[in-house]
Design a protein around this ligand. Structure first.
Ligand code: ZN
Length: 120
């Protein structure tokens, strides 16, 4: 028996695959199953219409540029992070209108110390 089952959420698992509708089961303080859960639980919550992100979410990263050449976001994923939020501190590479790209590149060169040629 599970401790908790979250039923009917939209699951964003951080794998890079598209999100999908499903359930998340928790037992002993750990996520033990993701998908269509049919087993019983001490507590079941209907989360229809809500997003589920069964993993660590790093809400403040500066991985915007890195994700273009390192889509797994290493080394964040090595520490259990499955989802990251980018575009923090007023910096984001996308979307950028063609006329804004030079300003965006200058910001990343200055603030993130990323080589201009890489960004171009
Ligand atoms: Zn920041």
């Amino acid at each position: 028996m599970y401790d908790l089952v979250l039923k009917g959420g939209r699951i964003y698992d951080g794998s890079g695959m598209p999100s999908f509708n499903g359930d998340v089961a928790v037992a002993g303080g750990e996520i033990v199953e993701i998908g269509r859960i049919t087993g019983s639980a001490k507590k079941t919550l209907n989360v229809d219409g809500l997003a589920l992100a069964p993993g660590f979410i790093d809400p403040h990263t500066h991985l915007d540029a890195q994700l273009f050449w390192d889509p797994l976001g290493t080394s964040s994923c090595f520490h259990g992070v499955t989802s990251v939020v980018v575009g923090n501190c007023g910096l984001s590479l996308a979307p950028a209108k063609p006329e804004d790209r030079e300003a965006v590149i200058k910001s990343f060169v200055r603030v993130e110390a990323i080589n201009r040629r890489v960004l171009e």
